[in-house]
Design a protein around this ligand. Sequence first.
Ligand code: ADP
Ligand code: MG
Length: 688
Amino acid sequence: MNKTVFDFFNQDLQFIHGVGPVLAARFNDVLGGRRVLDFLLHKPSYVRPREILDSVTGAQNGDTITISVLVKSHKRGGVFRGRRHPTQVICADKFSAPVTIQFFNVNYLDYWTEKLPIGQWRIVSGKLDFNSRNGAIINHPEFIEAPENAAKIPRHQAIYPSGEGLSQKTFAAVRDQIFKIIHEQIAAHVNDERMLEFIDALEHIHYPETNDDLNPNNTYVAKLAYCELFAHQSAIAINRRMRAEQKSLRPVRAKRYDLIDKFYGILPFNLTSAQQRTIDEIFADFAKPIPMMRLVQGDVGSGKTMVALAAMIKMAETGAQSVLLAPTDTLAQQHFAKIAPMCEKLGIVCDVLTGRDKGVPRREKLVSLRSGRTKIAIGTHALFSDDVEYKDLGLIVIDEQHRFGVQQRTTMRNKGHNPDMLALSATPIPRTLSMTVYGDMDISIINEKPAGRIPIKTSKISIMRTNALIDRIAPQIANGAKVFWVCPLVTESEVSDMTAAQSRFDDLRKHFPHTGLCHGQMDKKARDAVMTEFADTNSKMRVLVSTTVIEVGIDVPSATIMVIENAERFGLAALHQLRGRVGRGSQQSYCILIYSNNVTPDGLKRLDILCETDDGFVIAEQDLMMRGVGELLGTKQSGWIQYYFVDYREHRDLFKLAQSAVMNNNSDDDAWAADLRQIFDCSTIAGA
Ligand code: ADP
Ligand code: MG
């Protein structure tokens, strides 16, 4: 264990020279942590060259240029005849070509003119605004230095993904400080060659000279990516080993009832062969002595709930209990409404427990769970409150599993003795990657939809045609159609999402008086109420305007139209998920993707994929190839691991290398693997 290094890695950035609590808090927002390590794992996104030029001639409008200029004169700015004029410093380059430097905050005139004294050479660096009337202009240069201080301007400036209140200069200063400490105080104490190489690789990516140095295929980036993958893979291997040593209670439970055949008998439809295969895989797990840990992936509407129910009923044959955990109250109630009648026919006691249950009724439910009478409990995380006890919890089913954290999964598991886990996910992930993403889990795929589904018709239109769209859907709404209208993620801030949804709501309400609104700023109760009203077949609400907070998996079979604004800003997988909210009933459904005026040709091409296919796995693969992971909005929902250095597209070979390195487990590597697991915080790996 490299103690000195880790002490430094874990140090709060606030104690780095020049940082302090305010900046540390801002770093925390950007880095997702405020330790030195969080900074070190934050890779610059590109390099801005600032080589000093002698002449502006040849530079392009919009380029960032760094140039030596001779200051000729000052032209004081201010407000003249009602118009604002900038302060101008007129200069010339080495070939006497004019360069004008402009400042708009004229109050600081003296400051700027002192930095740019007449008759002196200065090096300025900033964005060139070239036009035929005024020639070369640099507004507010980012650097102004005397020639003897030229070294203060970085020739190759690493540009970091940043946030409010954090300038690139701050990033550079903190980085310099960190590496200074490493060289002066840390490196000498490290006796592990691999750690030194690791730090060296970090230093290379924090001091890149060209964009190639930040490329996934760059030696140092690839090295870091490999370390990251190795950390994850070794964490997964440990999980797997630990699980193999656990003993399930299943083998000691006796079968007491015949339920599963009866269940098949009362099913109102035939299972698809993919559903049947998945159930077989689950039952094969049940025949083994170790706890099951299985993930079922299948598109929305592929019928995952019935598969889960089959597993829970199989569990009930021995008298053991199962829980089905849903991310929201609404979803829990929907599951209960569907499952309870079937359980009743089979004589299985089924109950629902959410945060809404209070007082005596809740206590009664808890008694029934504790006595083992309730065999199937459906609910939210209320099922795992401290005072909830189970007689013999055998199986935990987690619906939309990415919505639950590791901590929650651990709490759940502790309610039983090595219970089986079954996770359901509507996010298809390309097969090649699922192992690495879902770690320790075995995977079943439902790649087939129940027969008789009418494919959703998907089309894309420009925002300019929104009114035409409203005219087109009006008669359908008059005939009872229900519409989801999803508003754009304007920025990551919820406030502006809300504004967009609010103004669309105001607009649509003029056409359709019974329109509902649902966004993240509303409290959960109000949101649930709107959603429930929209789902209610008897309600008049026809249109639901919302931000993407609309619940994953919500079932409104009468909803047939999904409109998504600014669709190009979402990941394909996220769009596909949203689209899955419709097309659940017997009516033809439609998905309309509205793109904004600044959509790129690539953005349009991505939308075309969605118009052409309904296969979630094809879409996931395309998404991955076209944009990688984590680059666009909407990935939060996708549940994929956000790597620091690994690029899903470019590092596929490294995935395999890391996997086989872990499998050939060389005990020399154990200490280093443990260090890497700590560096890349593997405690959040799925299944851990
Ligand atoms: P999801 O995989 O999105 O959770 P659900 O389990 O909610 O899908 O199933 C969607 C709908 O399809 C439900 O109304 C369910 O009853 C129905 N369903 C499930 N399996 C079949 C099947 N084999 N044939 C016909 N309908 C089915
Ligand atoms: Mg579902």
